[in-house]
Design a protein around this ligand. Structure first.
Ligand code: SAM
Length: 510
């Protein structure tokens, strides 16, 4: 039976460990080179034998620490001691990351290199988290602390890249979002209900040498009562879970409430903690109940004065949702507990009249205070966008920031000159033998990867936005060309130009 230790963060020992990991070059690229790209990818699918086969009998520090910290396997004590000369086995034990067992040292946690890219460039940290199912060889315990997963990366990609004074990461887990946000924040508060998670988060900040994060234990917004922030990020425990004995309430994914009540609570309570111009960004699920679409229910939780942008990425039936999260908990249909779990989930959804569960991104912003005497002194009507987007999304954080900037700018009127964003292309589709296109589409390479059908006048407008000609000049020229009254053309084009600006197709010429 593996021992379930809790990390004991210690600045001096963590610095020694980071120096040892650095000397061993325990980084993503050297590891991928050591065991090969295909085996590296297989690890994410729970396979480790291809990686072990590639390492063979190697006993250099990279191989020993790869097996020990990345795969979570016991290693000979003398090999671990040689690979970690500054930390030593005593240091590992003091940090709560391993324990001796005869001639072996047993890891109590994973410590994996985690690379990241942001506006300041690329970097890599070591992120400690609990042993995963592959390392444990059993289902996860309820207090499991997750490492970096798919949802973690999704949220990290959504966060708007702006320097802020104060930020909050609610439900920090291993601390990865707090570390990322700390790169552009004066001070970050990282909270979690789990003391175990906070111990990992604090240790990871010490390993990364990041010192502008305060760690606080408590549920939801309790640890920050009365405080406000410029940015709140959260990958909260939103997974909808039936409240019956046989279903494990995993702390890492389940906040203990009924249905989507945790997301509702977040959306209702976050605004009280936002400074003017401050934004909250989170992932969540929302239920379609008794025919009321999930997005409509979500919209009803949003305070009317806030800007809100919700991007629903997928919807699942109750059955598919139940299957997804039962498998995530390590139970497969071959096991006899699978069907009782499935029944529990489906009964729970049926009891609330749930027919569909949406998943997506929520961005809430308290509108910035209008600059007195500035161009945007007029307070715009709040942005309210709830949309379903299924195509691949990249750099969503930039797309959100561009959209909000355009919304603020448009409060002061249409900018004088516009330019076409560099990732926009135009496609014209013709009926065979016809000169005039029957469909013209603008396509966006980055952001939300949108494709928008435009008519010849709007296509002409966008094509002429070179930052030299003014908007007024372009519209006047088009009115002449199409022989239509200028006022009519402008009435038709203006809302569509505004939408193209919010969507990032058109940008103000600087
Ligand atoms: C899905 S994990 C997110 C971890 C990390 N932030 C990430 O992005 O990978 C959710 C975290 O919320 C924590 N949590 C669960 N219930 C909570 C609550 N009521 N209040 C605050 N945090 C909670 C869990 O312990 C867990 O660390």
């Amino acid at each position: 039976m593996l021992r379930h230790l809790i990390p004991r963060p210690d600045a001096v020992r963590a610095a020694a460990l980071a120096a040892d990991l650095d000397a061993a070059d325990l980084r993503s690229d050297p590891l991928r080179a050591a065991w090969g790209a295909e085996a590296d990818d297989a690890l994410a699918r729970g396979m480790r034998s291809p990686l072990l086969a590639a390492l063979g009998e190697r006993d250099d520090p990279l191989a020993v620490l790869g097996r020990f910290f990345v795969l979570g396997m016991p290693q000979p004590a003398d090999a671990v001691a040689a690979a970690l000369p500054r930390t030593g086995i005593d240091g590992l034990e003091a940090l709560g990351l391993a324990y001796r067992d005869g001639a072996q040292v047993v890891p109590a946690a994973l410590v994996r290199p985690q690379s990241f890219v942001d506006v300041d460039g690329v970097g890599e940290w070591w992120i400690a988290s609990d042993l995963d199912e592959t390392a444990l060889g059993t289902a996860l315990p309820a207090d499991h602390v997750l490492g970096v997963g798919g949802a973690t990366r999704t949220l990290a990609g959504l966060v708007m890249p702006a320097a802020v004074d104060r930020a909050l990461d609610l439900g920090t887990g291993c601390g990865i979002q707090a570390l990322l946000v700390a790169r552009h924040a004066g001070r970050v508060v990282a909270t979690d209900i789990s003391a175990r998670a906070l111990a990992y988060a604090e240790l990871n900040a010490e390993l990364a040498g990041v010192h502008n994060i305060d760690f606080r234990q408590g549920s939801m917004f309790e640890p920050v009562a009365g405080e406000s922030f410029d940015l709140i990020v959260s990958n909260p425990p939103f997974v909808i879970t039936p409240r019956v004995e046989e279903v494990t309430a995993y702390e890492y994914r389940d906040g203990g409430l009924i249905g989507d009540a945790l997301v509702e609570e977040f959306v209702r309570r976050a605004p009280a903690h936002l400074n003017p111009g401050g934004a909250a960004q989170l992932l969540g699920n929302w239920e379609t109940r008794d025919g009321v679409p999930g997005r409509d229910r979500l919209e009803s939780w949003i305070a009317p004065e806030l800007d809100a942008w919700v991007v629903e990425r997928e919807t699942l039936s109750p059955l598919r949702y139940a299957e997804l999260w039962i498998r995530d908990g390590g139970t497969t249909p071959r096991e006899e507990t699978f069907e009782p779990l499935l029944d529990a989930w489906c009964d729970d959804f049926a009891a609330r009249g749930v027919t569909e569960i949406g998943f997506g991104y929520v961005l809430l912003r308290r509108p910035p205070a209008p600059e007195s005497g500035g161009a945007s002194e007029r307070t715009p009507a709040p942005l309210r966008r709830l949309e379903h987007v299924e195509q691949p999304v990249s750099s969503a954080g930039r797309a959100f920031a561009t959209g909000l900037r355009a919304h603020d700018l448009l409060a002061g009127g249409m900018p004088e000159r516009l330019v076409v964003a560099s990732d926009v292309t135009e496609a014209r589709h013709h009926m065979p033998g016809q000169d005039a296109p029957s469909v013209i589409e603008l396509h966006q390479g980055g952001g939300f990867g949108r494709t928008v059908a435009v008519d010849p006048a709007l296509a002409g407008f966008v094509g002429a936005c070179d930052g030299e000609l003014t908007v007024a000049q372009i519209v006047a020229a088009l009115a002449d060309l199409f022989e239509v009254p200028l006022a009519d053309l402008w009435a038709e084009l203006e809302p569509r130009i505004r939408a193209l600006m919010i969507d990032g197709f058109l940008l103000p010429a600087s």
